[in-house]
Design a protein. Structure first.
Length: 255
């Protein structure tokens, strides 16, 4: 082999190594950003949902209860003095979760992963829309809630399949348990809310928006909505933690 050919091969080899290093660096940065969006989105939503509870009052002066109040009630200025805090948190948290879902789909780099990421992106953006269009505009708010519920449960279901079928073990299999729990809460909650609006004449958008609406002591649909938020935040934090740990391990020097 001539010295010139050997020199060309060395340059190509160096270029390939540099390209591979660059790709790995970009993948690591994307993984870090995805985890960060998950942590930020979960934290913003958690704080934004909890703080307004303490100052909320119904038209009859009764405080907020997770047992019989929907989460969106915290965004009604006439009852919630910190409605702006809640709605802003929903907007920002929804954007962060949308980016997290999209990044997670890219992390798996499969068709099913991309589909899950797109569904999660749709659900996250619909979540943001719920903050931009609060419960005072009940019909469009309800429409956005339907998009959020459907986009989110589809994303969680698809990510469950992705994790179960992943041969590279990019995420631990035990995440299937919180994934299935979250999907179950979404499906059950959506079924109960749909059944209530379809078959119970007392439960309607007009009735709920009325200041004279009498709430049951325990309202399964409202309670399940809080369970959906809790399991969603838990799942996102767990996945973001696993991503952060994997990224940290990949950057640690091997002995």
């Amino acid at each position: 082999m001539s010295p010139r050919m050997s020199s060309v091969q060395k340059k190509l080899s160096l270029n390939c190594r540099a390209l591979k290093s660059r790709v790995l660096s970009l993948a690591s940065s994307s993984q870090r950003l995805t985890a960060l969006c998950g942590f930020l989105g979960s934290g913003i939503l958690l704080v934004g949902c909890i703080l307004p509870i303490f100052s909320y009052r119904d038209s009859d002066g009764i405080g907020y209860s997770c047992l019989n109040h929907f989460i969106s009630s915290l965004g009604r200025p006439e009852n919630s003095p910190q409605a702006a805090v809640f709605n802003s948190a929903i907007v920002l948290g929804g954007v962060m979760l949308a980016l997290f879902m999209l990044g997670l789909g890219q992390y798996f780099c499969t068709k099913l992963g991309y589909a899950a990421g797109v569904a999660g992106l749709l659900g996250g953006l619909a979540c943001s829309g719920l903050g931009l269009v609060p419960a005072t505009s009940l019909i469009p708010h309800f429409a956005l809630a339907v998009i959020f519920f459907n986009g989110s449960w589809i994303a969680f279901a698809l990510f469950s399949l992705v994790i179960a079928r992943d041969q590279q073990n990019k995420l631990p299999r035990w995440l299937l348990f919180p994934s299935i729990a979250t999907v179950t809460c979404f499906a059950t909650g959506f079924a109960i809310v749909s059944a209530a609006f379809l078959f119970d004449g007392h439960i309607s958008l007009k009735a709920i928006s009325s200041p004279h609406f009498s709430r049951p002591t325990i309202w399964p649909a409202a309670l399940l909505e809080w369970l959906i938020v809790a399991t969603t935040i838990l799942w996102v934090v767990l996945v973001a933690s696993c991503l952060h740990r994997r990224q940290f391990q990949s950057n640690s020097p091997k002995s």
